[in-house]
Structures are given as structure tokens and as C-alpha cells.
Design a protein around this ligand. Structure first.
Ligand SMILES: *[C@@H]1O[C@H](CO)[C@@H](O)[C@H](O)[C@H]1NC(C)=O
Length: 471
């Protein structure tokens, strides 16, 4: 079947396909799904992006943009029922806050089903974040297909699938069924596949089952980056896997270029090409003052220019604030410290940035690679450990801050060494930069008309062309 562009097919009388997108709500997880929504409506299909009242505020900009551009994108605010219904709940352990959030979203099943039933037509498909396994029941009950959006790399999703399939969730060692060598220590394994947190067991199993039962998977990656893992994952699932990324290159990259008025960008403008290391550990990871100091001293010791984003919550103690001010005074001219939020895409696309020290959340890693910026990897949680493996051992674009399998505490020496290694001269560092530039080219090629991500979206839209029906 030749790929058919939906834009041209619209002239025939079929209504455009309609997708109901169900993101993981909270903590900025909604962002890739909002980008996906833009991508789909940009191709003429219609999208309902589901949200809760608390999260709706974050999507106001997107809603306004869609209205002014007359795009068929609707933000649907579902009422959030109170927690009195005997649905699954984790322990009260503080480390389980994230789990609590995930489980609280199960309460949206009823409101989502009511919304879908209230529509005058049947939507073509639900695309649900894999961390919302409760959508399995909704899709079945209303009788429409469901695709799963897996947030991490396809590499991670494949590892997780294989490890679960072989009943090796508690092991350590070599990950089975992979086309490349992947080997983790027992502790890293438990952290990567979440068995280190027994309270998560039932939820994680439901997520895996929700992926296995879906009608296909949508991944935020591109074939030029992860082709062999996409192919293996498709074979493992026995379902189509659509690689449509990087989602943000279509929408927010434009926006990133528009924020060039900020002080951060003005500072970067003064720096030489590819000399600055950007340091940011994502929205969830929280550093203790002790760790914060090691990072700061390590950056100072490296002697390289740095742009470091520190969360407000990490410097609530007066001594931490004083320490940071002293560091700022000592490193004036070498470094810039940003408290709170920084425009990451604008930073990564700035010519002065030559490296990114990251926690290896998939969005951050993909953003870095798609902008041709090699990474220093410091994973904290879950899929980040395997994203690190992908960056360092498979793609060849990363330097681990800690030697693999070394669980000694992080100290300034590790940071300084990793920064020098990444930002320094020499053939190995140069090779990393060249590879990363190549991935950048491929990322832009993938989303351009005729590129693999563009084509995959055409095929995805095409396969749901006839499935929505007016009733
Ligand atoms: C995505 O595109 C590739 C190459 O263009 C193609 O081989 C593959 O079948 C497509 N995937 C799906 C799920 O349509």
C-alpha cells in the first residue's frame, strides 16, 4: 500500500480521523503528548487532549494557539472525582509520591468514558500514555482501538519487555533478547526495572500488560537513531510501532528560537562556539546539599564554562544559598547559575553549548541528540539507566559521570573528569561530536516531508482513516 498523505485525501468526503490523547498528568509529563497533539492536528486530523483541572492551566497557551490557528485541537478538562472509591493506592511512604500520582489518575476512567460516549461520533482511536493502564478498560468498554505512547526510549521499552518476558525482573547481568550487548549490575537492574520498589509491583505489571494489549505503540524517537530497536520491539509486540519523533522539532523548536531575549541567552551569546557545558537534572530528581556541593566544586575544578540550573527546592537552606553565592562569586566569568527554570530547547540549540550533563530522562536525551549536543550521563531512576547505556555504548555520544558498575558516592573528581573528557580535545571527544552532529541531521531529516517520522505519521493516520464512524 502506497503511503497516502491525509492532507490530499481530505478532499474526498471522509471525515478526518479523531484521536483522543490521554497524557500522564503532572510534573511536565504532558509535554511530549502536547507536542504529539500539535503534530497530528498539523496533518489535518482532529485531536482531543484530555487533562485535569489542575493541569489545564499548563495547556492554556496551547489551547489559545490552536484557537487562533483554527486547528482542530480541543483541550478536554475531565472532572477529577474524589478519592473515596477503593481504587488501588500505594503506601504512605514519601518516596511513593510519584506512584500516588499515577494511581490517583485511575479515577479518571469514569469521566473519560463519559466524555467519549458524549461525543456525537465515535473517535478513531485513544492514544494513552503507557503509565495510564486504566485506559485499557475504557477503550474496551467504548469499543475503540487504543495505542500506547511509551515515554522512554524504544531501547528501554524493548529491554523491559524482554526482561519481563523471560521472568528476569529480579536478576542483574545481561539483558536477554537484545541485538546489542546490555549488561547491568544487580542494583542498577533493580532500579531500572523498578523492582527496587516493591510497592510499585502491581502498578508496573498493569503498565506492562497495558502495553502488550494495545493495538500498537507510538514512540518519541526516529529510525535514524533507534531503527534496530524499533524493529525488534515491533517483532516482540507483534503490533505496529510508529516512530514519530522527535515530536518537539515540529512545534517547540520554533518557540525556542523566540525566547532569545532572556538573560541566559544573552550570556551564551558572549561565549565561544561549543565551549559551554549545560547542567540540568530534570524536574523530578532532587539533590541533597551534599551532592549539590560536589557538582558545583566539580564544575569549578573543571575550569570549563558552565551553565547550571539549580532547583529552588534544592537551595531552601540558608547555608546552601550562601554556598551558591560564594561559588557564583568565585566562578564569575566561567559559569552562570540559574535558579528555577531555564529554556532548555533554546539553550541546547545555542551555538555556544557543546555538552549537556543530564539525568538521562528520555526527553532531555532526545533533545540533546537532536540538537547535536553530546552528553555527560548521570541517571537517577528507572529508564534513565538504560538511556545512559544507549547514549554511551550504543550511540557513542556520552560520557558516564560514574564508571559503570561503580556505586561509590559521587564526588567532585568524577564531575570534573567527565566534563574535561566531554569538552576536551582529542580524537575520542571529536568522534563523539561528529556522531552527535550526524544524529542531529538525521533527526531533522526524519521529520521533514518524506522523512521516516513524517511517513510513519502518514501511515498511522491512514490506518485510522476509516475507523471513526458517525453514529
Ligand atoms: C515507519 O516507516 C518505516 C520506513 O519508512 C517503515 O518501514 C515502517 O513500516 C513504518 N512503520 C509503521 C508502523 O508504519
Amino acid at each position: 500500500m502506497a503511503p497516502v498523505d491525509v492532507e490530499t485525501e481530505k478532499s474526498i468526503t471522509l471525515p478526518p480521523p479523531h484521536f483522543v490523547l490521554v497524557p500522564l498528568m503532572g510534573q511536565g509529563h504532558t509535554t511530549p503528548m502536547a507536542d504529539l497533539a500539535c503534530l497530528i492536528v498539523g496533518r489535518g486530523a482532529r485531536v482531543s487532549l484530555v487533562t485535569t483541572p489542575v493541569n489545564a492551566a499548563r495547556l492554556r497557551g496551547l489551547a489559545a494557539m490552536a484557537r487562533s490557528a483554527l486547528l482542530p485541537l480541543e483541550i478536554v478538562e475531565l472532572p477529577f472525582p474524589p478519592a473515596d472509591d477503593g481504587l488501588p493506592r500505594g503506601s504512605n511512604d514519601n518516596s511513593d509520591n510519584v506512584l500516588q500520582l499515577f494511581l490517583s489518575l485511575y479515577r479518571l476512567a469514569g469521566p473519560l468514558e463519559a466524555y467519549v460516549r458524549s461525543l456525537p461520533w465515535r473517535p478513531s482511536c485513544i492514544i494513552s500514555d503507557s503509565c495510564n493502564p486504566w485506559t485499557v478498560g475504557v477503550a474496551r468498554s467504548v469499543g475503540i482501538p487504543r495505542l500506547t505512547f511509551t515515554g522512554p526510549s524504544c531501547f528501554y521499552s524493548l529491554c523491559d519487555f524482554n526482561v519481563a518476558k523471560h521472568g528476569l525482573l529480579h536478576n542483574g547481568g545481561v539483558v536477554p533478547g537484545m541485538p546489542v550487548q546490555v549488561e547491568l549490575s544487580k542494583d542498577t537492574w533493580a532500579a531500572a526495572f523498578l523492582t527496587c520498589m516493591p510497592a510499585w509491583g502491581k502498578f508496573v505489571e498493569e503498565v506492562r500488560e497495558g502495553i502488550r494489549m494495545a493495538d500498537g505503540a507510538v514512540v518519541n524517537t526516529f529510525l535514524g537513531l533507534e531503527e534496530q530497536f524499533v524493529a525488534c520491539y515491533e517483532a516482540a509486540l507483534g503490533k505496529p510501532v510508529w516512530a514519530l519523533g522527535p515530536f518537539f522539532l515540529n512545534s517547540r523548536d520554533e518557540e525556542a528560537r523566540a525566547v532569545d531575549q532572556s538573560a541566559v541567552i544573552a550570556w551564551l551569546d558572549m561565549m565561544d562556539q561549543s565551549t559551554v557545558v549545560y547542567v540540568c537534572f530534570g524536574s523530578l530528581a532532587q539533590m541533597l546539599p551534599k551532592q549539590l556541593y560536589e557538582v558545583g566544586y566539580g564544575l569549578e575544578d573543571s575550569g570549563k564554562p558552565f551553565l547550571w540550573v539549580v532547583k529552588e527546592s534544592e537551595i531552601v537552606l540558608p547555608e546552601a544559598q550562601e554556598w551558591l553565592q560564594a561559588l557564583e562569586a568565585r566562578t564569575a566569568g566561567q559559569g552562570l547559575i540559574v535558579r528555577g527554570w531555564a529554556p532548555q530547547l533554546a539553550i541546547l540549540s545555542h551555538r555556544a553549548v557543546g555538552g549537556f550533563m543530564t539525568h538521562c530522562g528520555w526527553n532531555s536525551l532526545l533533545e540533546s541528540v537532536a540538537h547535536g549536543v553530546p552528553v555527560i550521563t548521570w541517571p537517577h531512576f528507572g529508564d534513565q539507566f538504560l538511556n545512559e547505556w544507549l547514549a554511551v555504548h550504543v550511540l557513542g555520544v556520552g560520557v558516564p559521570v560514574m564508571p559503570f558498575g561503580n556505586d561509590k558516592a559521587m564526588v567532585r573528581g568524577h564531575i570534573a573528569r567527565a566534563v574535561s573528557e566531554l569538552m576536551g580535545g582529542g580524537a575520542v571527544a571529536e568522534e563523539r561530536r561528529i556522531k552527535c552532529k550526524e544524529y542531529k541531521e538525521r533527526a531533522h531529516g526524519a521529520i521533514a516531508k518524506g522523512g521516516s517520522s513524517h511517513e510513519n505519521l502518514t501511515l498511522l493516520l491512514h490506518s485510522f482513516m476509516w475507523s471513526g464512524s458517525k453514529e
